[in-house]
Design a protein around this ligand. Structure first.
Ligand SMILES: NC(=O)c1ccc[n+]([C@@H]2O[C@H](COP(=O)([O-])OP(=O)(O)OC[C@H]3O[C@@H](n4cnc5c(N)ncnc54)[C@H](OP(=O)(O)O)[C@@H]3O)[C@@H](O)[C@H]2O)c1
Length: 374
């Protein structure tokens, strides 16, 4: 049997027809081109970065050569994948857990099984699958990974929801359940309410009779944003500047003082969450979109006895939660299919990846979540 082992070097090829530089890459593992009987994946088109840095300058769309689909492997044709803030942070090199460069971007997504290795059980070509728990390298057209990586989801789940169901909706679910026991009629407060996590918190809370106080950034068109969030079930929505009052709790109207707060922004927006919390309340920080630190007054600790906690889904999932996590994915996808969990997304064709990336980087102001369609 002829066996050719090729190095893992990156080989650049100029594509004369476009200004984009296409690169033929060997997969990161050594590529072993076997006899014609070995099952190979189709070539894959991928967003790669060879060094950390600003995502709009270090990422390129390249072509990867086919790889072998080994006996326990599943080759998946990717359908869609989001650009999440953590994907950006991984490319920037500031996320605590990240793949070694060179790497393919992306962490969650949905695809369709293209082919399976000879020992694969329970997955067939045509099945709709997600990586669960999510794993690196979803921004490419074909992925070959061990069968244990893939979780079959209901084919009727809307594609863009299946692509995004883990990182943000699961974070919202866990944060509502894992910190404070909330009963129907209780209230929560959050900043970053326009984020996907924020939109999910509003809806999951609402479905359990939990009221929500929501804080958004000041912007033109804030009334329209408020209306959208109210339609999802938000009880109150305030811009940060509307909360520049002596006693924010006077704005609560008939709502109870929140026992639990969520902070995805930091800086002043975190202080506003703290101001709303009741005696003994808890604020959970899960994001730092403003890149500003959280400042807590001494009196909040002494006289209000507030607790500050943090949540990181990736850590939570690594604690042997894979099976449990998949059950929750089904629950969340059921909600999405029934129209009980919605969030704003914009689907962009893969060819326009860099336009979607610019939007995700905030270069065009506030934008819906960008979903790449392969
Ligand atoms: N800890 C975890 O396990 C975990 C899991 C999931 C997500 N997260 C984090 O949660 C946050 C939201 O993620 P997502 O995917 O739901 O967000 P997203 O849908 O991509 O939306 C981004 C959000 O960030 C806000 N934002 C952007 N730049 C900002 C800035 N400079 N100052 C203040 N707010 C800003 C946006 O507000 P506008 O609408 O005003 O633009 C929007 O609400 C991110 O920080 C993400 O890393 C953490």
């Amino acid at each position: 049997m002829a066996s050719v082992v090729r190095s893992g070097a990156w080989k650049a090829l100029k594509n004369g027809s476009t200004s984009e530089s296409f690169v033929h890459l060997h997969r990161f593992q050594t590529l072993r081109v076997r006899s014609f009987s070995a099952t190979m994946s189709p070539p894959s088109k991928a967003v790669v970065y060879e060094q950390h840095g600003p995502p709009d300058s270090v990422t390129r769309v390249v072509e990867l050569l086919p790889v072998e689909v080994k006996e326990n492997d599943v080759c998946v044709r990717m359908l869609a994948s989001p650009i999440n803030p953590s994907d950006i942070n991984r490319i920037e090199g500031v996320y605590p857990v990240r793949p070694q460069v060179p790497a393919v971007g992306g962490y969650e997504g949905v695809g369709e099984v293209h082919s399976v290795g000879s020992a694969v059980k329970g997955l067939l070509p045509g099945d709709r699958v997600i990586p669960s728990p999510p794993s690196f390298g979803t921004w490419q057209t074909y992925i070959v990974k061990d069968q244990s990586v893939w979780y079959k989801v209901n084919k009727e789940s809307p594609m863009e929801y299946a692509a995004t169901i883990t990182v943000n909706p699961l974070t919202a679910l866990r944060m509502l359940e894992d910190f404070v026991t909330l009963n129907s009629g209780d209230a929560i407060v959050q900043n970053g309410a326009t984020s996907i996590v924020g939109q999910c918190i509003i809806q999951i809370a609402r479905s359990r009779g939990i009221r929500s106080v929501n804080i958004i950034r000041d912007r033109t068109g804030s009334e329209e944003v408020k209306q959208k969030l109210r339609k999802l079930g938000a009880d109150e929505v305030f811009t940060e500047s509307e909360l520049e009052v002596k006693n924010v709790k006077s704005l609560l109207a008939g709502l109870p003082e929140p026992a639990l707060g969520f902070n995805c922004v930091g800086g002043n927006a975190a202080s506003l969450v703290l101001k709303f919390l009741r005696q003994g309340g808890t604020m959970v920080t899960y994001g730092g979109m403003s890149k500003k630190p959280i400042t807590v007054s001494t009196s909040s600790f002494i006289f209000k006895n507030l607790s500050l906690r943090g949540f990181w889904l990736q850590k939570w999932m690594s604690a042997d939660k894979a099976k449990e996590c998949r059950g929750m994915i089904d629950y969340l996808l059921d909600l999405a299919r029934e129209g009980k969990l919605k969030y704003e997304m914009e689907v962009t064709p893969f060819d326009d990846f860099h336009i979607a990336l610019d939007k995700a980087l905030g270069k065009q102001g506030s934008q819906p979540k960008q979903i790449i369609k392969f």
